[in-house]
Write a protein that binds this ligand. Structure first.
Ligand code: 13P
Length: 256
């Protein structure tokens, strides 16, 4: 039985003061509850220390949205995986479509970053997913295959413990348009099959594959309840404690 993960990707929102408030509000709503899965928030780098202090004692894990592909050196503006680890980070999102699209990050970057995240004993959430044009052109599966193939087989020791996948169809991110349950299940099952071919059947059976893209309290239950969906990577709805916890409630209802 895979443990669900509901992860909030705060993107470029929430400075330290607002982030502390949001994390406190999420923590307050979850405190004392027995959760059957994991809940994670991924604030911007500068907000991580504020959230780390607030989240202590609450069942809320701490993540980052990106990291450098190097541990140290002359890389102005970067933040090393080891620094994140020191700040209390347990998960790092790698390969988000916004990193691909706006910062030109490639498979080489993702593989290097995930290796360093693993070397620090942290877990990586590797994101992938097709563009609208890919889907319309009937290439969704080809794109997803290439994205997973470009990274997973190059990793030293990927397993279901240190790696989480997040299928995020780009056409569903921030658009209010959610993948239908049919599309989500089909793409997740297809992803799991690919993982099985690359990393073995046992790793594939245990690996958590999250869905991301306009996930909200109103659709969380249906999406996260799908056989091959193991949680959500949440953007907009993670910025309101009530909505984010509503999604956790949805996960608890179907996987708790
Ligand atoms: P939205 O939930 O805002 O569509 O964003 C999804 C996402 O990109 C999470 O990483």
């Amino acid at each position: 039985m895979r443990r669900y993960l509901v992860a909030g990707n705060w993107k470029l929102n929430m400075g330290p003061a607002a982030g502390r408030e949001l994390a406190a509000a999420v923590g307050e709503r979850l405190r004392g509850r027995t959760l059957h899965g994991d809940v994670l928030v991924c604030p911007p780098f500068v907000t991580i220390p504020a959230v780390a202090t607030v989240a202590q004692g609450d069942p809320v894990l701490l993540g980052a949205q990106n990291c450098a592909a190097h541990e140290q050196g002359a890389f102005t503006g970067e933040v090393a995986p080891g620094m994140l680890k020191e700040a209390g980070v347990q998960y790092v999102i790698i390969g988000h479509s916004e990193r691909r699209q706006y910062y030109g990050e490639t498979d080489d970057d993702f593989a290097a970053k995930i290796e360093l995240v693993h070397a620090q004993g942290m877990k990586a959430i590797f994101c992938y997913g097709e563009l609208l044009a890919d889907r319309k052109g009937g290439r969704a599966e080809d794109v997803v295959r290439a994205q997973l193939k470009g990274v997973l087989p190059r990793l030293q020791s990927p397993n279901a413990y240190n790696l989480v996948l997040a299928y995020e169809p780009v056409w569903a991110i921030g658009t209010g348009e959610t993948a239908t349950p049919e599309i989500a299940q089909q793409m997740h099952a297809f992803s799991r099959e690919l993982v099985s071919g690359m990393l073995g059947a046992e790793v594939a059976a245990n690996m958590r594959i999250l869905y991301g893209g306009s996930c909200k309290p109103g659709n969380a239950r249906e999406l996260i309840g799908l056989p091959d969906v193991d949680g959500g990577l949440i953007g907009g709805a993670a910025l309101k404690a009530e909505d984010f916890v509503g999604i956790v409630d949805g996960a608890e209802a179907v996987l708790g």
